[in-house]
Design a protein around this ligand. Structure first.
Ligand SMILES: N[C@@H](CCC(=O)N[C@@H](CS)C(=O)NCC(=O)O)C(=O)O
Length: 228
């Protein structure tokens, strides 16, 4: 039986752009677990009713409801230990560090380049909620948050230096094979990749080359993603 994944969608139900849902999509594909995705919009509310919280990803596995991408990764590792997502407790701790970095630094940095673009792809019924909740978070209009991005993109690319240095000597963030650390960062980068046409990465950046390898993994799961 397939695992059900509630997955953030745009006005176009095939446009899936959540940085957290993509982490789960990659993790499920890594495990070779069949998944059926259910498009979810910010104002749907359905996941609140049965998961006790209001965010996606949420998975339902034979009646068991699990929310939060990190908790889901742990759950999948426990339920289906091979192929491993973490490579043991030390790898899990390293992935936890990558998760904290992605959530606290990378997501916020990317938002400043694409948050206004998101208005053009989300479901019309989500627009008022999205604008007011995000403008309250940033303390500025979405247009002001995104303004001047061409002048700021070099600084964003500098932020990825630790990833770039690691990739000079390793094929994957997980080392010789992709791990959940790869899913975290690649999943986060699926957000701008799917939701915006703004080029965050230079094509000759080792990070972009690694992203290309990630897009090709799991039968080209990322490569097949619909883009804005
Ligand atoms: N810590 C959560 C974060 C999940 C999250 O923020 N999801 C966003 C979609 S990308 C969401 O559902 N937001 C609902 C809202 O803003 O109302 C995870 O890792 O899964």
């Amino acid at each position: 039986m397939s695992i059900i994944l509630y997955d953030l969608a745009g006005a176009d139900p095939d446009l899936r752009f959540s940085p957290y849902c993509w982490r789960t999509r990659f993790a499920l594909a890594h495990k070779g677990l069949p998944v059926e995705t259910v498009p979810w919009r910010f104002t749907d509310g359905a996941v609140i009713a049965f998961s006790g919280q209001g965010k996606v990803p949420v998975i339902v596995d034979a009646g068991k409801v699990v929310s939060d991408s990190w908790v889901i990764a742990d759950y999948l590792e426990e339920q289906a230990p091979t192929p491993t997502l973490f490579g043991g407790p030390t790898g899990r701790a390293h992935a936890s560090f990558v998760n904290a970095w992605a959530d606290s630094i990378l997501v916020g940095a990317i938002a400043r380049f694409i948050v206004r673009d998101l208005l053009d792809i989300i479901d019309p019924k989500d627009v008022d909620y999205f604008r007011s909740s995000r403008e309250a978070r940033f303390g500025a209009t979405l247009e002001a948050v995104q303004a001047g991005r061409e002048d700021r993109v070099a600084a964003f690319r500098d932020l990825l230096l630790p990833v770039r240095l690691h990739l000079r000597k390793n094929q994957w963030l997980g080392g010789a094979a992709p791990s959940y650390a790869d899913h975290i960062v690649a999943g986060t980068l699926m957000w701008p990749y799917c939701a915006s046409r703004f080029e965050l990465l230079e094509p000759n950046d080792p990070v972009a080359h690694w992203q290309g390898r990630m897009l090709d993994l799991y039968g080209g799961l990322g490569r097949a993603a619909k883009r804005a």
